[in-house]
Design a protein around this ligand. Structure first.
Ligand SMILES: [Zn+2]
Length: 416
């Protein structure tokens, strides 16, 4: 990078101005106007880099208090400001190599605690990470994957992200509550959520997960996309203790689908995704089957079939039957078309080639209907008044689901 005097060797009007006057002109321009100005010439870009390097500029133009922001009532204007800053730094550092660009930008933003994972994650109103996400997205828009990978490595170095992840993946789920939340908020708000395209979101998810073994990937997926409790902490115990709604599980399902369906993410194939799902459904203990079934419904037909077919190939009739009964229950409760699960049962049945195996499968499924109904009935007798009502509703749903499922099957045979 040249010094200001080296930059001033040109003869243009602005370059002949005393630096104080030039700074006065820049002070009257908006961040966006300065960014456009920096593209006029190499010398101008140099002068603007000097200008934005001053403490006075940083103090004036980089708002740091994200808890009581300069724009307290309008987070959109904070985001607009950081988007403009992203453009300014993108444009004025255009001629520098990626490494130097990142270093220069880091010197400007590394002092901000809310950007560097030094802010308390309970500060739900903190706009730090989301503003940094908007800034970063604007800065690196159009960069190739190698450059973006450098950005990731750079961010890891300065935020100590890998060490923090190591602590949470090696510890007991929920033991480092703050750290889990900090990692979730940083990865989601800075790296993943700003991107609307699946391809870019998939790229960043790959960067985050790839360095870790499969068991840790499952843990990280839960930390990043698992359901939250009303107080904002991760609902580790919820999956084992209660039945969750589709909305609580939809983020996790979307993340699993992102890894499964994006063919360009070659690091994951169907069998690794199935293994990750097996790991997730025991975090921190074995989930309630209805939660597993709901997650699978949200993951879609292909993945759902793969899970069931995999169990069928391994002869795990009990597990397939239980999962299918709960898939049928989820269809009934959540209003999905019952013919979807009927088709699924037909496809799974085809995995069994021998007639005797098909018969065992059907028998096991029908017996499971009775067993699950009895379990739900017993739970409705044993629970407290609040749970009684839920169990009673579930009992009605399982009876209704059985009727609808068998109606679909009978209809299919009678119309043939
Ligand atoms: Zn903060």
């Amino acid at each position: 990078m040249k010094t200001r005097s080296q930059c001033r060797s040109g003869v243009s009007f602005f370059e002949r101005l005393p630096s104080e006057v030039f700074d006065m002109i820049l002070r009257r321009l908006t961040v966006l106007e300065v960014s456009v100005f920096s593209m006029v010439s190499k010398a101008m870009s140099c002068q603007i880099v000097d200008h934005v390097s001053t403490m006075a500029w940083a103090k004036r133009m980089i708002p740091q208090n994200f808890h009581h922001s300069r724009f307290p009532d309008d987070k959109q204007s904070t985001y607009r400001h950081y988007k403009a800053l992203g453009l300014l730094f993108k444009r004025c550092t255009l001629l520098l190599p990626t490494k130097d660009r990142l270093k220069f930008i880091h010197t400007k933003f590394s002092k901000i605690p809310c950007f560097m994972m030094q802010c308390k994650p309970t500060a739900a109103s903190c706009l730090g990470f989301s503003s940094y996400g908007v800034f970063l997205q604007t800065l690196i828009a159009g960069w190739n994957e190698l450059e973006c990978h450098r950005v990731f490595i750079f961010l890891c170095d300065f935020t100590d992200l890998p060490r923090k992840m190591e602590i949470v993946v090696n510890g007991r789920p929920g033991a480092s509550r703050y750290l889990e939340l900090q990692i979730r908020q940083f990865c989601r708000q800075v790296l993943l959520d700003p991107w609307s395209s699946r391809k870019e979101c998939g790229f960043w998810l790959t960067q985050i997960l790839k360095p870790w073994p499969m068991v840790s990937q499952a843990r990280l997926l839960f930390i990043l996309y698992g359901p939250l409790l009303p107080d904002g902490s991760l609902g580790w115990q919820q999956l084992t203790s209660t039945v969750l709604s589709s909305s609580a599980l939809s983020d996790l399902a979307k993340a699993v689908l992102l890894l499964h369906t994006d063919l360009e993410l070659k690091d994951w194939n169907t069998s690794t995704i199935l293994a990750i799902l097996e790991e997730i459904r025991v975090l921190p203990q074995v989930w309630r089957v209805e939660n597993v079934a709901r997650l699978l419904v949200l993951c879609g037909t292909t993945l759902c079939y793969s899970v069931l077919a995999n169990k069928a190939h391994n002869g795990r009739l009990f597990e397939i039957s239980k999962l299918l009964v709960y898939l049928i229950l989820v269809c009934e409760k959540d209003g999905y078309c019952m013919s979807w699960v009927v088709t699924l049962v037909q496809q799974v049945c085809k995995v069994f080639t021998a007639a005797a195996d098909k018969w065992s499968f059907i028998q096991s499924l029908e017996n499971m209907f009775s067993e699950v109904t009895m379990e739900i009935y017993e739970a409705s007798l044993a629970g407290n008044p609040q749970e009684d009502m839920e169990s009673f509703q579930t009992l009605c749903s399982i009876l209704g689901s059985s009727a609808h499922f068998h109606t679909e099957i009978l209809h299919m045979f009678l119309k043939e």
